[in-house]
Design a protein around this ligand. Structure first.
Ligand code: GAP
Length: 443
């Protein structure tokens, strides 16, 4: 929670503006309920955004679960009873300091405004009070304490409350992890900077259970592994760094936390947090529920409460970082162009199929090519406007490859494959197209 940042200024503000505008204009991210004037920093993910966000989550799932044999997945409920949040400590401590400006009555998070009201410039505020960030609601038709429910503010607790279930059903033993991707909700006092901090967002979290004596080594392992994930997906090393929290800044559950930070337009700020949560969570839930959440080590004959190493990332925040890192402008054939240099695994479309004209025989062959590629790749199909305009449009949303079907294609059954980054083109037979596209998209 210890994030500090100012609004972006100068070149940073310009980049944030450009990416926000592109996201809206090209269907990545829309302000929610926009026809009613929008709704409190909530956002909807449009046709391209939903592809890209899914790609971010898939890339995470693939590296954290699919390519490992020590992590299993989970999809827990978003609604939860107060008992979970009492045991986790969220009811008591998941708060931010709230102040009211005495002049304009706006409310602010005290640690974000440096003593000056961003709305009216006043320096007079009420005393700070602890504002709980959880969304409270009622489950069922009856009101009252018995029906109180909370929207989860993190996905993590689902992994702890299901610890015994997963252990019993998968025969795992530490070190092993439970991973989850899904929505979380926080009633943030000052949501900020596009989708960086919103009230509804998506998280990608792993709770990795280890023997206490191995916790430090696994903590270091996960810091390294998570940093490498962002690098591998194309964020330049100079835009990423690690920041280890000072002991006095740690959350109530943490024995050590390191953030992967990204260089946002407003400066360095959190992208993901990796924490050593010790035995805090399993002990709390054991005590509160009466169910022993331990591991029985058959070799030593001992019961112990595993420690937890937690890499906790934001899917929506990561998507924003990938967009910012990929945004570029260059010149092609004497013309300025905007290009998103996204890794092919993250791009909303991997291939665009472009018939040179709307002639029925070209369309028919283009649809054949599309059908061939769609089985394995996420494709767009675009036949409006000049081919140059269509290339620019695909560059702007990060499509790595364009496949153009022209009149010669009708005779030679070959097509032109154009590369987003180099703009070079090569001719390839339709029979060999799938293989070539696969090779080009592999990094
Ligand atoms: N289970 C630990 C936990 O939730 P956190 O640092 O509060 O830790 C983890 O959240 C990640 O979730 C953050 O690094 C960030 O990427 C994302 N996140 C947290 N609050 C967010 C918000 N209001 N909007 C968007 N993303 C958020």
């Amino acid at each position: 929670m210890a994030e500090s940042h100012d609004a972006a200024s100068g070149a940073g503000a310009e980049l944030l503006d450009k990416v926000t505008n592109l996201a809206k204009r090209r269907g990545f991210i829309f302000p929610s309920a926009e026809i009613y004037g929008g709704f409190r920093s909530t956002y909807d993910y449009g046709p391209l955004g939903v592809n890209m966000l899914r790609n971010v989550k898939n890339a995470w799932w693939r590296s954290m679960i699919q390519l490992r044999d020590d992590v299993v997945g989970l999809d827990a409920a978003i609604l939860g009873p107060p008992a979970v949040w009492a045991a986790s400590g969220h009811l008591e401590t998941f708060t931010d300091p709230l102040v009211d400006c005495k002049k304009c009555k706006e409310r602010w998070r005290e640690d974000k405004i440096e003593g000056v009201c961003p709305n009216c410039g006043s320096t007079e505020f009420t005393e700070a009070r602890a504002f709980n960030l959880m969304f409270k609601t009622q489950a069922g038709p009856v009101e009252g304490e018995g029906a109180t429910a909370y929207l989860r503010p993190e996905t993590a607790q689902g992994m702890f409350t299901n610890f015994a279930n997963v252990l019993a059903t998968t025969r795992r033993k530490p070190p092993f992890g439970i991973a989850q991707v899904g929505k979380s909700f926080r009633n943030e006092i000052t949501p900020q900077n596009f989708v960086f901090r919103t009230r509804e967002f998506e998280q990608m979290e792993l709770e990795y259970f280890v023997a206490p004596g191995e916790a430090e080594a696994w903590y270091r392992y996960w810091i390294d592994t998570r940093l490498t994930w962002y690098l591998d997906l194309g964020i330049a090393p100079e835009k990423l760094r690690l920041h280890e929290h000072a002991q006095e800044d740690l959350s109530h559950y943490s024995r050590g936390t390191t953030d992967v930070e990204f260089l946002y337009p407003w400066g360095w700020d959190e992208l993901e947090g990796i924490a050593n949560r010790g035995d805090y969570d399993l002990t709390q839930h054991s005590n509160a529920s009466g169910v022993r959440l331990e591991y029985f080590d058959q070799t030593s004959g001992e019961h112990y409460v595993p420690y937890v190493i937690e890499p906790a990332a934001g899917a929506t925040r990561a998507m924003m970082a990938f967009l910012l890192a990929a945004y570029d402008e260059d010149e092609v054939g004497g013309e300025r162009r905007t290009v998103l240099r996204l890794d092919p695994r993250l791009a909303p479309y991997q291939v665009a199929v472009l018939p040179l004209s709307k002639k029925p025989e070209l369309e028919a062959l283009s649809r054949e090519v599309l059908g061939l590629l769609q089985v394995d790749f996420i494709c767009d199909y675009d036949l409006t406007q000049s081919i140059g305009r269509r290339y620019r449009r695909q560059d702007e949303v990060g499509t790595p490859l364009c496949v153009t079907v022209d009149f010669d294609s009708l005779d030679d059954r070959a097509v032109t494959v154009r590369d987003r980054d180099t703009t070079t083109q090569e001719r390839v037979g339709i029979d060999a197209l799938g293989e070539l596209v696969r090779a080009r998209l592999r990094r």
